[in-house]
Design a protein around this ligand. Structure first.
Ligand SMILES: C/C(=C\Cc1cc(O)c2ccccc2c1O)CCC[C@H](C)CCC[C@H](C)CCCC(C)C
Ligand SMILES: C[S@@+](CC[C@H](N)C(=O)[O-])C[C@H]1O[C@@H](n2cnc3c(N)ncnc32)[C@H](O)[C@@H]1O
Length: 261
């Protein structure tokens, strides 16, 4: 489970000397691949389980994240860790057919679902979306390209979060925003307890029906290994953003970081 968790401490020590960067690199690559496999495996049922398990609320949270990004008509925007495309479709409705949306993910199966969903949509704005298979920590884009960046339930799953944050900073135009939605690692013990209880007693039992118990058990461990809102703000400032604010939503179950370059 630890491998699936891919929880890699910033510096891994054995004995007196830090493990060399080559072994750390190997660990990062291995953990990253474990996660890619996880999201490939859940791709066929991902959207339906999100709707069922959040009672459709996740669509509200994603709408909020896209609104916070500041994306507007005619913009060129990026949705990182786009998965099956939920935030990319919402962004395309904001930028319209005169804008452009890039959806990037390293799961080929998630991108295949996104492309299929796009092919079934009639509105012209959805035609402005392009899907790219790539890694959030090494973006295939130039500096200062995008008017907005979104990341829905992605940063918690990225092994090197600071590197991903620095890449988001690099590809954003000065004065533009990144909006990062995810579970909230709450400081309130009641919220943490309720989050964990829901995952243990609702989410995982339902996922078990689809033989995905292990994949959804990862959720709880990944939230435990995530950053608090305050730590996310600090991470954004460390990556170079001029300002950062983390908003708790849905009773503290979820959170959204907004940072400006
Ligand atoms: C859209 C949501 C989660 C996306 C998601 C993120 C991940 O990192 C995963 C990792 C492994 C497997 C699946 C995912 C994954 O789906 C949030 C909503 C879906 C959640 C699965 C449901 C979580 C339930 C909450 C703990 C409680 C919701 C209360 C609400 C007010 C009804
Ligand atoms: C929980 S899904 C979120 C999908 C979508 N943003 C949403 O909100 O529904 C997390 C996504 O992040 C992708 N991902 C995780 N680490 C990544 C990385 N380093 N580079 C690119 N994609 C990554 C996974 O493949 C998966 O599709």
């Amino acid at each position: 489970m630890a491998a699936l968790l891919g929880i890699v401490s910033p510096v891994t020590f054995t004995g007196k000397h830090p493990v060399n960067s080559r072994s750390r690199r190997r660990t990062v690559v291995k953990c990253s691949n474990e996660r890619r496999i996880l999201f490939n495996r859940i791709a066929p049922v991902y959207d339906n389980l999100n709707d069922l398990l959040s009672l459709g609320q996740h669509r509200i949270w994603k709408n909020m994240a896209v609104s916070w990004s500041g994306a507007k008509k005619g913009d060129y925007v990026l949705d990182l860790c786009c998965g099956s495309g939920d935030l990319a479709f919402l962004l395309s409705e904001k930028v319209g057919s005169t804008g452009k949306v890039m959806g990037l993910d390293f799961s080929s199966e998630q991108l295949a679902v996104a492309a299929t969903r796009q092919s079934l949509k009639a509105r012209s704005c959805y035609k402005c979306i392009e899907w790219i298979e790539g890694d959030a920590i090494d973006l295939p884009f130039d500096d200062c390209e995008f008017d907005a960046v979104t990341m829905g339930y992605g940063l918690r799953n990225v092994v090197d979060r600071l590197r991903a944050m620095k890449e988001m900073y690099r590809v954003l135009k000065p004065g533009s925003r990144v909006s990062i939605l995810d579970f909230n690692k709450s400081n309130q013990s009641v919220t943490t307890f309720m989050q964990g209880w829901m995952i243990d007693n609702v989410v995982v039992p339902v996922a078990t029906v689809y033989d995905l118990a292990k994949e959804y058990e990862y959720l709880k461990y990944s939230i435990n290994g995530y950053l608090t809102g305050e730590e996310l703000e600090t991470l954004a400032l460390e990556a170079g953003f001029s300002s950062a604010c983390h908003y708790e939503i849905s009773g503290g179950f979820m959170g959204n970081l907004v940072a400006m370059r």
